[in-house]
Design a binder for this molecule. Sequence first.
Ligand code: AMP
Ligand code: MG
Length: 328
Amino acid sequence: MKKLCAISLLLAFLLCGCAQNAPVEREIFAMDTLMTLRVWGDDDDVAAAVSEINRLDALLSVTDENSEIYALNRDGTAEFSLDTFELLNKAVAVSRRTDGAFDPTVYPLVEIWGFTKEEQRVPSQGEIDAALSRVGYEQLERELDVTCVSMDGKIDLGGIAKGYAAQKVVELLQSRGIETAFLSLGGNVQTLGSKPDGAPWLVGIADPSAPSQAIACLRFHDSLALVTSGGYQRYFEENGVRYHHILDPKTGYPADSGLASVTVLAHDGALADGLSTALFVMGMEKATALWRESDDFEAVFITKDGAIFATDGAASLLTDCECTVIER
Ligand code: AMP
Ligand code: MG
């Protein structure tokens, strides 16, 4: 079995600021991915941002034996801190909106495909059926009246935790008086404010067939979360077939909706992250229908054959590419 792993990323390009406007920059590895923080503040602000990410990682990690999520998955019951509780509620809200295309109880499936381990493999249909019987966000939804949860299933917040962390870091920096920041947490970009030199933020969308290159570029000022989910970000191959890490909770197999990637733009980082995973599973037709009845996100879709489609709000920010605009 040949294992291939591509680092998940939105390519981030920043125009250089002049010297007095230069940000403090830090690279860290957390939540299983490389993160870059650029903060127009001082070292203490960046240190506070890093500890916030590490604090959330320690609560939410599915593999850290000391995390609250690990405790629930091991014991079937756990007492959650307010952050974990808030994120579980946000996750369930995305599940409801997307008819379960995003499902935080997907972990039994993630486990049998081996996506949290080194060894990935195609499970048998019997294993998939057994895992599917334990997947369903409704069981979690029923439990979420109080911060103590008991359930038979297992939780994986990997599809939403980085977006939540970016959101929390932005809120923390704001509370410290910071007006400008650029965060890239793996595939999750979140900006705070406008660049002091007046230049726009430029964020590239990775080309799914050549992920180190950008297929398109988004240009904007102000605060925004931009999150990409793509089949190219983590996958393995077996007998010449590629299997990626975004699973369809209805079939138990990697989602096969005709999309190579989805980028979601929203003001809330957790929402952008949860929705990017969900829209990838749903495919363009259902995703577009959801967008038409919503007013809190925009999206860019790249199909498996390389065509780019963008909702009208996202299309107005796109440069350096030809795209088909999806109208309301
Ligand atoms: P993302 O890169 O944000 O799309 O998240 C992908 C990760 O979320 C996977 O590596 C799994 O840990 C988890 N995941 C996979 N499929 C789903 C799904 N349908 N709903 C929620 N989480 C998922
Ligand atoms: Mg996601």
